[in-house]
Ligand binder design. Structure first.
Ligand code: AMP
Ligand code: ZN
Ligand code: FE
Ligand code: FE
Length: 270
């Protein structure tokens, strides 16, 4: 059974619409899929309908981008109640903060002599998030830089002068919010953030699972996180983090993810 519990669509920064994502998954032999867009549930309804039409098993999900000290930590939430008022209010706040940040970055760039049209950046948003990639594209369109990479290196990278942070949850807040929305919180790709030291306190906040099977995890990572999952009674999940063909090179589905772990995970949702 091919399963994929971590994917993105155009509702955040993936390149396929929710419908096309489900169709692609079906074509690639995936039988169970979760859509886990960054900080939004706006693709869930379309994805869920498409899954029904294609007779696929679908799990509503989300991936929160959180921050602690210098680390970016991603927390997945499964079976969250997408109508929960606390959740929806928080998601609106995250989105507003990203929008305000675009204005701030454009103002900073203007002081540096780089003039961009903020309305154009906002309208040209093709995907569901307002982010630095759109500012980088605008800098390139105006000829201020010759590549997206150069825009980050010179102006909007995290240590560069036009970088503006935006409101983010802490990982503990994300875990609690997912629980409040009746969901199951899972630590995403822990091998990328390498902050195993956070796991005990995340467990105290209610963490219930860990994404052990992930394309960029080495065999040693998989063994380490399987052991942590066993020792702490955490659920084991797996996902590709697919962003569409233009995104990372991973394809849909995690063939190595044992269906047995999925069955245990599935049984935690009634
Ligand atoms: P944001 O969430 O608005 O802060 O933007 C983060 C996104 O910017 C990441 O998901 C990447 O897609 C992109 N990004 C970050 N750093 C770079 C970089 N050095 N070069 C190109 N893209 C980058
Ligand atoms: Zn993404
Ligand atoms: Fe992630
Ligand atoms: Fe992701």
């Amino acid at each position: 059974m091919i399963i994929d519990l971590h994917t993105h669509s155009t509702a955040s920064d993936g390149s396929l619409s929710p419908i096309d994502l489900l169709r692609a998954a079906k074509t690639q032999g995936v039988e169970v899929l979760s859509l886990t867009d960054h900080d939004t549930v706006s693709g869930i309804e379309e994805a869920s309908r498409a899954a029904r039409d294609l007779s696929m098993e679908f799990i509503p999900g989300i991936e929160f981008s959180t921050e602690v000290e210098e680390s970016e930590i991603h927390i997945l939430g499964y079976w969250i109640d997408t109508k929960n008022p606390t959740l929806l209010a928080l998601l609106r706040r995250l989105k507003r903060s990203r929008l305000r940040r675009i204005y701030h970055m454009v103002a900073r760039l203007k002081k540096m002599g780089l003039v961009l049209n903020v309305e154009e950046i906002i309208q040209q948003r093709k995907m569901g998030v307002y982010g630095r990639p759109q500012v980088a594209s605008a800098l390139r369109r105006r000829g201020y830089v010759s590549s997206i990479e150069e825009a980050f290196e010179k102006y909007i990278g995290i240590t560069r002068p036009a970088y503006v942070p935006h409101f983010k949850l802490s990982p503990w807040q994300a875990v609690r919010l997912i629980i409040k929305s009746s969901g199951i919180p899972v630590y995403a790709h822990p091998g990328l953030s390498r902050r195993d030291d956070l796991i005990p306190s995340l467990l105290e906040s209610g963490l219930q699972g860990i994404e052990v099977f992930y394309p960029e995890h080495s065999p040693a990572d998989v063994q380490r996180y399987l052991k942590i999952a066993r020792d702490s009674s955490l659920l084991v999940t797996g996902g590709s983090d697919y962003h569409g063909e233009s995104g990372n090179p991973s394809s849909l589905g995690i063939p190595d993810f044992p269906a047995e772990f999925y069955r245990v995970f599935r049984s935690c949702h009634f």
